[in-house]
Each structure stands twice: as C-alpha cells, then as structure tokens.
Design a protein around this ligand. Structure first.
Ligand SMILES: Nc1ncnc2c1ncn2[C@@H]1O[C@H](COP(=O)(O)OP(=O)(O)OP(=O)(O)O)[C@@H](O)[C@H]1O
Length: 678
C-alpha cells in the first residue's frame, strides 16, 4: 500500500500538468513529443491537394475504373452478375414509376370506378412483376458481390504487399517513403468497400436517372427541383468525408502507438518486466491518456459532422418545401393534371429516399477513395523504389566478394556508418568482423548481402580471375540466392518448427529430409522431434499445437534455417549470444566445417575466443577498418585495438592480465563466499 502512494502522487502530479500545449504527458513521456503529424508532411505528399473537390471528382472514375478492372481480372462472371443485377434494379425502378403513372392516370380518368379498375389491372400486374423482379435482382446482386468483394480485396492487397516487400531497404529507411508506404496499408480493404459502394451508388444513380427521365417527361420543372434537394446533401457528404480523412491521416502515428501499447501488455516476452518493473502501469497510464485524446478527436468530429448535417439537411428541407410548393401551384393553376401530380409526388419521395442513401454511400465512397488512392500511390512509389528485377548475371562460380573504399550513410543520419572500407570475403574461409557497438559491422554485412547499396565505393562479386560484376549492376535476385543470413534479431515466425526452418529457402519447394538434416546440424532436431507434435508444433504458445522455446532454442532454430538455405556465402551476426558454452562451441565448429565445405563464412561476434581461429579478422572502429590480419598478427601489435579487446575479455576468465588492469581479475586462492556467487 505504502509503495503505491508515491507512484500515484507522481501520476496525479503528471496528469495535473498535462497538455497545456496540446501534447499529452503520455506522448511526451513515452515518445518524447507530439505523435500527431504536422501538416508539412501531408502538404509535401500532396494528400491535402487530393482533397480538393475537382481532384476528387477526377479521381473517382479512375478509382472506380481500377476497382472494376481488378474485379474483371479476378472474377469476370461475378462482376458481370453484379453490374447486370444493379442495372436491372435501376431499370425496374423506372419501369415501376411508369406503371404507377399509368395506374394513377387510369384511376383519375372519367368513368365508372369498376371500369377504371379493370383498365388499371395490367399496370398493377406490371407493378407486382416489377417488385418481384427487383427483389430477385437484389438477391442475385448480393450473392455475386459477396463472391467478388473478397477477391478484389485480396488482389489489391497482394499487389500492394508484393510491391512493398520489393522496395530497396535503403528507401524504406527514408521517413518520407516509409510514411507513404505505411499510409497505403489503410486502403487495402477500401477496394472491397469501394466495389460495394460504387455498385450501390451506380444502382441508386440509375434509379434516379430513370426517375429524372420520368419526371422530365411529366414536366421539365420537376428536374431542377430534384437537383435542388440533392445539392446540399452532396456538399455535406463530401465535406464530412474530407474531414474524416484528414483526421485519420493526422492521427495515424497516435493510433499506431496506442495499438502497440496494448500489444505489449499481452506479449509473453514482456510479462516479467510488466509485473516486476511495473512497466504495465506506465503503459496503461499511457494508453488511458492517449485514448482520451482520441476520444476528444472523435467528439470534435461528431460535433462538426452534426453541424454539417444540420446545414445540409436545412437547405435540402427548404428545397423540398419549395419543390412541393411549386407542385401545388402548378396543380392549382391547372398546368399539371392531377395524375401527373400524384406520380410526381411519388417520384420525388422515392428520389429523396434514394438521395439519402446515395449521400451516405457517396460519403463513404469518397472516404474509401482517398484511402485507396493512398494505397495506389504507395504501390506506385514502391515500384519506383523497387529492387531491379534484371541485372548482369554473377560470374559462375562466384569465388569472393571484394569491397573497395565503401562508404555508407543511412538516410537522415549526420555521419556515415561506414567510411572507406575495403575488404575481401572468400569462399572456403571464415572472415571475422569485430569492433565496438555501433562500429558498423551489421551495416557492412547488409552491404555484403546486397540489401544496402554503398553510398560511395564499389562491391565486386568475383568469379574466375578477370570476371567480376559490381553490386549496382548485378542481378540482385542472383546476389540474394548466393547469401544465407542469420541476423541478431532474426524473425521468430509464429508458425510450425518445420516452417521456421524451411522458410530459409522460400523460393524452393519444401524438402523435409533436408529440413531434418539442417535441424540436426544446428543441434535442434532432438528437441523438435521430442515435441508433442514434432515438426508440426507451432513454436509460439497460445496456438492449439503451440509450444514455447527458450532464447537459445530459438537461436538454434534460426541456425537451422540458414543451414537449410545452404547458400555459398553465410553471413552470421552474433549467432551464439543465447547459447550455453557447449552449444556455442558446437555452433562455431559448425561454421568452420561450412568453410571447409567451400562456403564463405562472415562472422560478426564479440566472442573473440571464436574469432581467434578465423582466417582473416577485420577490426572496425567508427565505421573504418582500423586493423586486419590473423589473430596472431593482430595480437602482435602492441597497442592494437583487437589486442586490447581480446585481453579485456580473456582477463574476465583470469587467463591473462587486462591491459592497465582496467578489468579486474577474479581473486584466486580462496573459494568465493556464497553471497559473492549470487
Ligand atoms: N537503420 C538505421 N538508420 C540509421 N542509422 C543506423 C541504422 N542502423 C544502424 N545505424 C547506425 O549506424 C552505425 C553502425 O551501426 P551497426 O548496426 O552497423 O553497428 P554494429 O557494429 O553492428 O553494432 P553492434 O555491435 O551494437 O551490433 C551506428 O551508429 C548506428 O546507430
């Protein structure tokens, strides 16, 4: 109880100082500042210019065309069915109106009632047939749209995700590209909604055009009256759609942050810190504060929407009043027969109802249009920054990779991560990259893998003497096929153990024998075979066949994945950080065995005992290669960086004296007391 007091006080104190400048404490505390976009990005990207009425009006047919084209590509029969059913419904609506006019004309004609009813009978039958036909067409349309919509969504999503996953890694590091790609995600399901809405709008429009034709044929003045009712509602719809879109665009980071906060609260790997460090309290407090901001934005939108609806509804009401007044005047002045007046009232009522539905659908359509435009824009931008599909084939066989004077600066970074690096990686050897944190080792492996292109300098893929291809000209698909990766933060796929290994060669059909061989080589086969569902166990708890692996077991699974890939060039970054000593020794022996089998192994590690056996060691410091050679050569340099790092590490084990006694050696001679071992 007492321990909760100061925390609560601090919390309340923080809340009391909240948001004088519109930034919540949670935004400031957790994210260091405002999480809503300022308009500079939006203006820069031209999203707001897209909101202009003319732009939207021009984009609408383009986007509807794109959705219909996609529908045509994925399922022609369903699209034809939907369009036919909708056109049919519009036609039946017009036909119904004509039949109503006939019935009224016959009923208002002179003569005995029985005769008038008999004469009106065929038109009444037509009316009944029309309503049955309309119901059948509506059912057909529902069935066909249900079939078509998910296919269109899948096609647009697949197009977007396929494009995004081919973007150059360097481009994804640029905030302006990243944001456009991210914004595109929100429009992938808009294609589906747009199809439904455009079909709906099409149907209502056909019905209204039919009603308009009938009205004009009765009296021309009825058409402008109908348009006068339509205009204010259309204006309101577009205004609301624009407001919603701008709000979503500005709040996208904020929403993403809220959902990531919530995701942390249930993630198993955070469970310990959430409870022991009370991180859960910080996150929940952040969630509540930030959700309150979102709620305030929702309230603002609802108020603005209500205001727009009121203005639009008011003008539409005035227009209806004028419309009925004019009709009354025409009837009173004898300019319009009573039957025509009756049909006109029905047509105007029907059209007004249709108009309400039209306005709602157009409202949604415009909003979806804006999101779909983002997706299309993102897909196009992704294509502009895509890794080229063609290039010069690599020499066969490829024997080595040489870097010449390579520099690399991350987009937006002040200083280069690599400066003038020259090195060679040859097959049949182990090349070690060592250096302090942030010295550029991982960046260098990404360039070797062809994931990043150097800002300056050249990377040569070499074959037999005299045959070589520079990375920028090379066929990158071939470069990737030459490389196997085991990164520090390799993905933990929430899938089966077998998939977690076989996904190492996603471009080849799965070979279970080789999956097991790779697992054996990485010392994880016995573990997987012993799981209740063996290789079909899902290596993520929470699924029905789910199991939980330890950090080291995951690392072995990751190693099995890169083994399964069996690429000539293996790039491994801290492959043993979670392994126990025996497993670590076995893993390093495995890497040396690969080199003996003519693979090139590039090993990034801080475990210098392992690098001691490497064929060649490069020492990086602040992005430069400052030393290179074999372990013995590097150890012979008196004040060398490598020697210093090696000595410091060895001193921890009491093997040698640390330089300058910086790292204290353990005390010898007496057994440690129990509490010292804790
Ligand atoms: N995606 C990125 N965007 C901007 N800067 C980056 C990015 N990745 C790395 N850097 C910067 O580049 C430099 C080199 O990073 P790199 O990850 O290559 O170092 P490293 O030697 O692998 O470090 P470690 O031993 O900690 O893994 C660092 O200053 C880092 O902050």
């Amino acid at each position: 109880m007492t321990s909760a007091g100061p925390r609560r006080d601090a919390h309340q104190g923080a809340r009391s100082t909240a948001a004088a400048d519109g930034i919540s404490n949670a935004e400031r505390e957790l994210y260091g500042g405002r999480l809503r976009w300022d308009q500079t990005f939006v203006r820069y990207e031209g999203a707001l210019t897209r909101l202009k009425f003319g732009q939207m009006a021009a984009a609408l047919p383009r986007m509807v065309g794109m959705v219909l084209r996609t529908g045509w590509e994925v399922d022609r029969r369903a699209l034809t069915g939907v369009v036919t059913a909708q056109v049919g419904q519009g036609v039946t609506a017009a036909w119904g109106l004509v039949a109503v006019n006939r019935v009224l004309t016959q009923l208002f004609a002179d003569g005995p009632t029985a005769d008038k009813l008999r004469q009106a009978l065929p038109s009444l039958v037509v009316l009944a047939v029309v309503s049955v036909g309309s119901a059948l067409l509506a059912a057909w349309s529902t069935a066909m749209s249900g079939r078509l919509e998910p296919q269109v969504e899948r096609a647009v999503s697949a197009r977007y995700y396929a494009a995004v996953t081919r973007v150059e890694v360097e481009a994804t590091e640029r905030p302006e590209v990243q944001r456009v790609l991210e914004a595109g995600r929100f429009g992938t399901d808009s294609a589906r909604s747009m199809l439904r809405l455009s079909v709906g709008v099409g149907s209502v429009l056909i019905g209204m055009v039919a009603a308009a034709v009938v009205l004009v044929s009765l009296h021309w003045i009825l058409l402008p009256m109908l348009l006068a009712i339509a205009f204010p509602k259309g204006w309101g719809a577009v205004r609301s759609a624009r407001r919603e879109y701008t709000s979503r665009l500005n709040w996208v980071d904020h929403r993403r942050a809220i959902s990531s906060l919530l995701a942390y609260l249930t993630r198993p790997h955070a469970a310990g810190e959430l409870r022991v460090h009370a991180a859960g309290e910080t996150l929940l407090r952040g969630y509540e504060e930030m959700s309150r901001q979102t709620e305030a934005e929702q309230r603002r939108l609802a108020r603005a929407q209500a205001h727009t609806d009121l203005v639009a509804g008011g003008f539409a009401g005035l227009a209806s009043l004028a419309c009925y007044g004019l009709l009354w005047w025409l009837l009173a002045a004898g300019g319009l027969p009573l039957a025509v007046g009756g049909t006109a009232v029905i047509a105007i009522r029907n059209s007004t109802e249709r108009l309400t539905s039209l306005v709602q659908q157009v409202n949604r359509l415009y909003e979806e249009l804006l999101f779909l435009t983002d997706t299309k824009h993102a897909t196009e931008l992704a294509a502009e920054h895509a890794i080229p599909r063609r290039g010069t084939p690599l020499p066969c066989p490829t024997r080595a990779v040489h870097m010449e004077n390579v520099s690399f600066t991350y987009p937006g970074a002040d200083s280069p991560a690599l400066k003038g690096v020259s090195l060679s990686v040859r097959r049949g050897t182990v090349t070690a990259l060592v250096g302090a944190n942030g010295s550029g080792k991982t960046t260098l492996t990404k360039i070797l893998a062809g994931l990043l292109l150097p800002t300056d300098g050249s990377v040569w893929w070499e074959g037999e003497p005299g045959r070589r291809v520079e990375l920028r000209e090379a066929d990158r698909t071939e470069v990737f096929s030459m490389v196997g990766l085991l990164g520090q933060d390799f993905p933990h796929w929430e899938m089966t153990a077998a998939t977690n290994i076989a996904i190492g060669a996603g471009d080849r059909p799965r070979d279970m024998d080789r999956v097991k061989e790779a697992a054996q080589a990485a010392d994880v086969h016995a573990l997987i075979a012993g799981l209740p569902h063996g290789y079909d166990s899902i290596v993520f708890k929470g699924y029905e066949r789910g199991v939980q692996l330890s950090g080291g077991q995951w690392q072995k699974l990751g190693a099995a994945r890169s083994r399964y890939r069996n690429a000539p060039f293996f790039l491994v970054d801290e492959p043993t950080s979670a392994l126990d000593p025996h497993a670590e020794i076995a893993a390093f022996e495995g890497l040396w065995a690969l080199a003996e089998r003519d693979h090139a192994v590039v090993l990034v590690t801080h475990r210098l005992a392992a690098t001691a056996k490497a064929d060649h060691i490069y020492v990086l410091d602040h992005g430069r290669v400052v030393e290179e050679g074999t372990h013995d050569q590097l150890m012979s340099a008196d004040d060398g960086l490598y020697r210093g790092m090696f000595a410091a590490q060895a001193a921890q084990y009491g093997l040698i004296q640390a330089p300058g006694d910086v790292v204290p050696a353990p005390r010898r001679g007496s057994a440690p007391r129990r509490e010292e071992t804790l």
